[in-house]
Write a protein that binds this ligand. Structure first.
Ligand code: NAP
Length: 318
């Protein structure tokens, strides 16, 4: 944990950090949280109900991320545990990553890098690694929220036509020059499809075989949302068959495993779920998570409460 975040927490009591950055086995996590009042998951650390039961004094789970799909929020609410996240502070950094993946996939950057390193480059010739233009193309964003809109703003610098699809029309997205489309129409018209929705029962497998078939054969799919939003098996089939041209993926269905079919394909750019991983943003995520926890532990409503129905918790009003 960043010293700045630790400094925010320490006045309230001792801070214990996990010995590893990867998720601890559940039994070990259960043992370690037995006496804690706050848990700050930094990275992919699931907090199921069993962990909450193992921590009878737990008051707040301060997720250091905007996505909180690894936390059993329903169980937390039932148990009077506040859940918080860090929206906003990672928006621009994650939007940058969507662009990195869009450009990398369209201009074949990872493939070119592998080619040069392997000593296969024998000269400058005309037809070498021709890619697709990003500038002037049509961008379709599914999930034009904070991150989606930051992606939309960047598209103007590339002279793109921009479409978006949410469950509801979004006046701000439209002010930014994005035009609303139903999902199927957006899939048909986009040259670059970028996913920026939260993972929910509704968005699980939002993009499967049927949706991929609607896309242009020249189109690219970019996922900076959550892996299960895309049916990875269907995506591999579509990429193999040329149903779409390529993909840029920061997130995967079974992280850190990646579908072997994806690893074997040249036309995908892969990054290990690092959408928000700039130094400055990680620091802001850590301090925001710490501030949320401090507010909760001091009996104030935390700024980024995910389960407002848990407020005020019974332990506060007693
Ligand atoms: P946000 O502001 O809440 O935006 C989410 C957008 O998705 C909203 O516009 C919402 O609009 C739309 N949406 C929700 N459900 C939908 C559905 N079923 N169909 C279509 N659109 C839907 O969230 P954000 O801050 O931009 O973050 C979005 C997600 O990005 C996070 O939840 C997280 O999982 C992911 N993320 C990933 C990384 C990474 O490292 N790769 C980093 C940060 C965030 P409506 O409510 O109108 O539908």
């Amino acid at each position: 944990m960043e010293p700045e975040a630790r400094a925010i927490l320490e006045p309230l009591g001792p801070v214990e950090t996990s010995p590893t950055e990867v998720a601890l086995p559940e039994d070990e996590l259960a043992r370690r949280v037995a006496g804690v009042e706050a848990i700050i998951p930094m990275g992919a650390h699931p907090v199921p109900e069993r962990i909450m039961l193992a921590a009878p004094r737990l008051r707040v789970v301060g997720v250091a991320a905007v996505g909180y799909n690894l936390i059993d929020v329903g169980a937390a609410t039932r148990r009077g545990v506040l859940v918080t996240n860090t929206p906003g502070v990672l928006t621009e950094t994650t939007a940058d990553m969507a662009w990195a993946l869009m450009l990398a996939a369209a201009r074949r950057v990872p493939e070119g890098d592998r080619f040069v390193r392997a000593g296969q480059w024998k000269g400058v010739y005309w037809s070498l690694m021709m890619g697709a233009d990003v500038h002037g193309a049509t961008l379709g964003v599914i999930g034009a929220g904070r991150i989606g809109k930051a992606i939309v703003r960047r598209a103007h610098g590339f002279g793109m036509r921009v479409l978006y699809s949410n469950r509801r029309r979004d006046a701000e997205a439209e002010r930014l020059g994005a035009t609303y489309r139903e999902k199927a129409d957006l899939l048909r018209e986009s040259d670059f499809l970028v996913l920026a929705v939260p993972l929910s029962p509704e968005t699980r497998a939002l993009i499967g075989a049927a949706e991929l078939r609607l896309m242009k054969r020249t189109a690219f799919l970019v996922n900076v949302a959550r892996g299960p939003v895309v049916d990875e098996g269907a995506l591999v089939e579509a990429l193999r068959a040329g149903t779409i041209a390529g993909a840029g993926l920061d997130v995967f269905e079974e992280e850190p495993s990646v579908h072997p079919g994806l690893l074997a394909l040249e036309n995908v750019a892969l990054t290990p779920h690092v959408g928000s991983a700039s130094r400055a943003t990680r620091l802001r995520m850590a301090t925001t998570a710490a501030e949320n926890c401090v507010a909760a532990l001091q009996g104030q409503r935390p700024p980024h409460l995910v389960n407002p129905e848990a407020w005020p918790p019974a332990w506060l009003v007693r």
